[in-house]
Structure formats: structure tokens, C-alpha cells
Ligand binder design. Structure first.
Ligand code: FAD
Ligand code: NAI
Length: 463
């Protein structure tokens, strides 16, 4: 055995690296295994951070070419330097991953470079060298879900990783999957000039989100020029040097037809990544979807082996993984860390943004909960009008009897920031009345949240 640790974390994504930092803060001797060249996992390297860098750059480009005239700002001769945009994205990623490396040094966490394998409880092999640990944490994340008949080459048929790397704006981008990745990255390339068609199996976008939000979101993206083929499945894709021919089938009619594209983005979900981890040999149980099975406290069926993040059940979100990392480290130190799964915000970083927390109306109906709805449109919010971003609304759901907030669904400018107010309120068990009686600055987008809270009680002021 080459070295002994209190904790070995396998995977340095937001789940793994945060768990490692918190465990080190609590006095444990910690190592983190990462096979990628850089720390930070999917999120920092090929996920959250590069996608948000491109979303920002492409939105800046779009605003400069489309929106500034309205403000009386006349800009001529605007052109796109995609190579520079991509280089900036890489710089943003580079700075973030260096930041994690710095935090590892600061907290005296050993980075074991290589591929980790669970040998048994207490033993991890990294490219052939064995290390001992009292606790092993599996935080190996997720990978893009494949689709039969659609062979990814990361050039013509790409996953999100390839879609973040394109060196030319495609003439026509076909996105398979009208979920978060498809609509965020579809937006990036649409804003930069691509024609974008989204092929979605279901008859709606962003399943799992509030239906009313999804409908209006579809309309807004449609106005931005995105085309949708809902209720349609892709049955095959053939790539050539010049493009891709897709065969699609409309589910209702059974009619098949061909679509041609310069690039196809496959974004139909992600699945737990456990390849080469040795879970079967170590006896660690997985569920029917290949996710590591855990109890309510991240423990697997093998004592001393735990799992967090995308590799276990729950929403595949960086902040969910982080919170699990912190909670687990605290539990390993004998504390009472926990994650409130009822209050995990989700944000889609398009323009406008979509944000939600808590239950949807559909979920409350299905559970037979009696609830009240309060809605407020951004057209009636002074700040949104000043910004020129009036699409969307705030929708709050509260228990009919107690008035306790049960959920919030926002389509609109900075929805991802606005949702934090409701998440905090829900974490404190607030009622709609509590939010309604809190003084909100004027003019601010948050006033739309306050007005929606007033609307729960049937007394909005500005509509
Ligand atoms: P990961 O971040 O996937 O990290 C796992 C790490 O483990 C990887 O670096 C991998 O190389 C390593 N690893 C795996 N197996 C081994 C092994 N055997 N040995 C050594 N190392 C190993 N979420 C958000 O909340 N907000 C967003 O804006 C957002 N945007 C996204 C955009 C895209 C394009 C994608 C793909 C995802 C996005 N996500 C976003 C989801 C987010 O990236 C994940 O939820 C998050 O990264 C999960 O963290 P994790 O620590 O569980 O795993
Ligand atoms: P997703 O689950 O959000 O969406 C996948 C979509 O593909 C769904 O609408 C589904 O109905 C559709 N679909 C499934 N099979 C299909 C088929 N055969 N043909 C056509 N459509 C099909 O998954 P996505 O977009 O790949 O994202 C993966 C994960 O990454 C998500 O769970 C998300 O949480 C995370 N993520 C989060 C982001 C954020 O928080 N802003 C950004 C990007 C990803």
C-alpha cells in the first residue's frame, strides 16, 4: 500500500472537489483521484462554465447586432471572430480549473492523477498503484446518453462537448432533445447565425419544468428563430464529409422524412458514469439506470464506500453535487450534514432565463395538494421595461390553507438570480405573505417576485 488517507474521493467535479475541500477543512487527510488533465470535472471543463462563457459571448453579439438600435446605440460593421470567442471561453475555463488546483494546494489535498478503481472497502487503485482509505467517495459524474443509429464523432454528430468546440458556425444545426443542453447550446449557435431545428420526442420542451413556462418559453425561442419538431423521433443519422442526413418519424402519424444538417447535437440526457470503476468486483450495488445506489446519507451497500453527485439519483446539477459533497464530508466528521432535496433550484441560462424551485403545478395536482397560484408578468415590471426584457412571468405556488410557499417558476430576465430569493424563503419555510410583506427595492426585477406573492393572496398592486 503506497499511502493511507482518511478519505479518497474518485472524481474532481463539483461533487468530488467540494467534498475533498470540506473534508480537509474538517481535519481529514484527503486525496482526490482525477483522470482528466485538469481538475473541476464535467462542470468546469466541458459543462457549466464553458457553456456559460459562450452563452454570454453569443448574447453580447446578438444584442450588439439586434438590440442596441432600440436604445439609440448605432453600431456598424459588427463581425464575429469565433476563434477569439472560443479562446476566451478556454481562458475562462483555464482560470476556473487553476482555481481548484489552488484550493487543493491550500487545503493540502493530494491530487492522485490517473484512473481510480475501487478494489474493495478501504482500497483504491490508481493506474496500478494501491492506496488505503478509511472512506471512499465515488464522485465520477455522468456522460452523454447515446442514441441507437446516431453515431457520435464529435465533428458532424456531436455531444455537448463537441458543440462547445465548433470552429465554424453551422449553416443548419439539428438538435436532438429539447432539454436544457439542447436549448442552451442551440441558443448559442442560433445567436451566432445558425439555423436551428430542435427535434423532441415529447410534445413539449423541458419536461419536468412547469408546463405553462415551457409553452411560453417555446414561443419566445420560436420568435428568436428556433424551429421545433415536437412529438418526433430520430430513427437514424448518416454523416458524410459535408453534412448529416437524419431520418425522423412523426410519432402521431408515423410519417417518416429526411432532414439535412451541417451539424447534429445529440442531447437526450446524461447517464451515470462508472466505467472501469470496478463496482461489480467490489460488490457495490447500482440501480436499473446504472446509478450507484445510496441510502439517504450517501452510503452504498458496502460499509466505507459512499457516492455523491451525478453518479447517484436526483437532478444532475452542479450545486446538488456540491451540497452532497459538503453534507457527506460533514457526516464523515461526525456532524449532521444534510441536503434539502425539496429546495434545489434549476436554471436554464437562455435569454430569457428559465428558473424553478420546489414543486410544479403538475406535481401538486398529481399529489392532490390544494394550492393557490400567484402570477406576475414582466411587462408590468418597470425595471424589465427599462431593460427591454419583458418576456415571461413569475409564478408562485403556495399551500391553499397555510400559504406556505411550495414552488416558484420564472421565465424572464435574470430568472436564475431571482429564484435564489424564493429558494431562501422556502428554506426558511416562508409563506407567500412573508415575501409579499418584505420591502423590495424599486425599480428591481425582484419586485415581480413580490407582486406574484401578493397575487397569491389576490391583491397584486401593479396589474
Ligand atoms: P462530474 O463533474 O462529471 O465530475 C466527475 C469527474 O470524475 C470527471 O472529471 C471525470 O473525469 C472523473 N472520473 C470519472 N471516473 C473516474 C475514474 N475512474 N478515475 C478518476 N477520475 C474519474 N449543472 C448546473 O448546475 N448548472 C449548469 O449551468 C450546468 N451546465 C451544464 C452544461 C453542460 C454542457 C453539461 C454537460 C452539464 C452541465 N451541468 C450544469 C451539469 C453539471 O456539469 C453536473 O451536474 C456536474 O458536473 C456533476 O458533478 P459531479 O461532481 O457529480 O461529476
Ligand atoms: P434533459 O433531460 O434536460 O433533456 C433531454 C431531452 O431529450 C428531453 O426533453 C427528452 O424528452 C428528449 N429526448 C429523450 N430521448 C429522445 C429521443 N430519442 N429523441 C428526441 N428527444 C429525446 O437532458 P440534457 O439536455 O441532455 O441535459 C443533461 C443534464 O445536464 C440535465 O439533467 C441537466 O440537469 C444537466 N444540465 C444542466 C444545465 C443547467 O443547469 N443549466 C445545463 C446543461 C445540462
Amino acid at each position: 500500500m503506497s499511502e493511507t488517507f482518511d478519505v479518497i474521493v474518485i472524481g474532481s467535479g463539483p461533487g468530488g472537489y467540494v467534498c475533498a475541500i470540506r473534508a480537509a477543512q474538517l481535519g481529514m487527510k484527503v486525496a482526490c483521484v482525477e483522470k482528466r488533465e485538469t481538475l473541476g470535472g464535467t462542470c468546469l471543463n466541458v459543462g457549466c462554465i464553458p457553456s456559460k462563457a459562450l452563452l454570454q459571448s453569443s448574447e453580447n453579439f446578438h444584442e450588439t447586432t439586434h438590440a442596441w438600435k432600440d436604445h439609440g446605440i448605432m453600431v456598424e460593421g459588427v463581425s464575429l471572430d469565433l476563434a477569439r470567442m472560443q479562446a476566451r471561453k478556454s481562458e475562462v475555463v483555464g482560470a476556473n480549473v487553476k482555481g481548484v488546483e489552488f484550493l487543493f494546494k491550500k487545503n493540502k489535498i493530494t491530487w492522485l492523477k490517473g484512473t481510480g478503481r475501487v478494489v474493495a472497502a478501504g482500497r483504491v487503485a490508481v493506474d496500478g498503484t494501491e492506496y488505503a482509505a478509511k472512506h471512499i467517495v465515488i464522485a465520477t459524474g455522468s456522460e452523454s446518453m447515446p442514441l441507437a443509429g446516431v453515431a457520435v464523432d464529435e465533428k458532424r454528430i456531436v455531444t455537448s462537448t463537441g458543440a462547445l468546440e465548433l470552429d465554424k458556425v453551422p449553416g443548419h444545426l439539428v438538435v436532438i432533445g429539447g432539454g436544457v443542453i439542447g436549448l442552451e447550446l442551440g441558443s448559442v449557435w442560433r445567436r451566432l447565425g445558425a439555423q436551428v431545428t430542435v427535434v423532441e420526442f415529447l410534445d413539449r420542451l423541458i419536461p419536468g419544468n412547469d408546463g405553462e413556462v415551457a409553452k411560453q418559453f417555446e414561443r419566445v425561442l420560436g420568435r428568436q428563430g428556433m424551429k421545433f419538431r415536437l412529438g418526433t423521433k430520430v430513427t437514424g443519422a448518416v454523416a458524410s464529409d459535408t453534412g448529416v442526413t437524419l431520418t425522423v418519424e412523426t410519432l402521431k402519424s408515423g410519417k417518416t422524412e429526411e432532414l439535412t444538417a451541417d451539424v447534429v447535437l445529440l442531447a437526450i440526457g446524461r447517464r451515470a458514469y462508472t466505467e472501469g470503476l470496478g463496482l461489480v468486483e467490489a460488490g457495490v450495488a447500482v440501480d436499473e439506470r446504472g446509478r450507484v445506489k445510496t441510502d439517504g446519507h450517501f452510503a452504498t451497500n458496502i460499509a466505507g464506500i459512499y457516492a455523491i453527485g451525478d453518479v447517484i439519483a436526483g437532478p444532475m446539477l452542479a450545486h446538488k453535487a456540491e451540497d452532497e459533497g459538503v453534507a457527506l464530508a460533514e457526516r464523515l466528521a461526525g456532524q449532521a450534514g444534510h441536503v434539502n432535496y425539496g429546495v434545489i433550484p434549476g436554471v436554464i441560462y437562455t435569454a430569457p432565463e428559465v428558473a424553478s424551485v420546489g414543486k410544479t403545478e403538475e406535481e401538486l395536482k398529481a399529489a392532490g395538494v390544494e394550492y393557490a397560484v400567484g402570477k406576475f408578468p414582466f411587462t408590468a415590471n418597470g425595471r424589465a421595461r427599462a431593460m427591454g426584457s419583458m418576456d415571461g412571468f413569475v409564478k408562485l405556488l403556495a399551500d391553499k390553507k397555510s400559504d406556505k410557499l411550495l414552488g416558484a417558476h420564472i421565465l424572464g430576465p435574470d430568472a436564475g438570480t431571482l429564484i435564489a430569493e424564493v429558494a431562501l424563503a422556502m428554506e426558511f419555510g416562508a409563506s407567500a405573505e412573508d415575501v409579499a410583506r418584505t420591502c423590495h427595492a424599486h425599480p428591481s426585477l425582484n419586485e415581480a417576485v413580490k407582486e406574484a406573492a401578493l397575487a397569491v393572496g389576490g391583491r397584486p398592486l401593479h396589474i
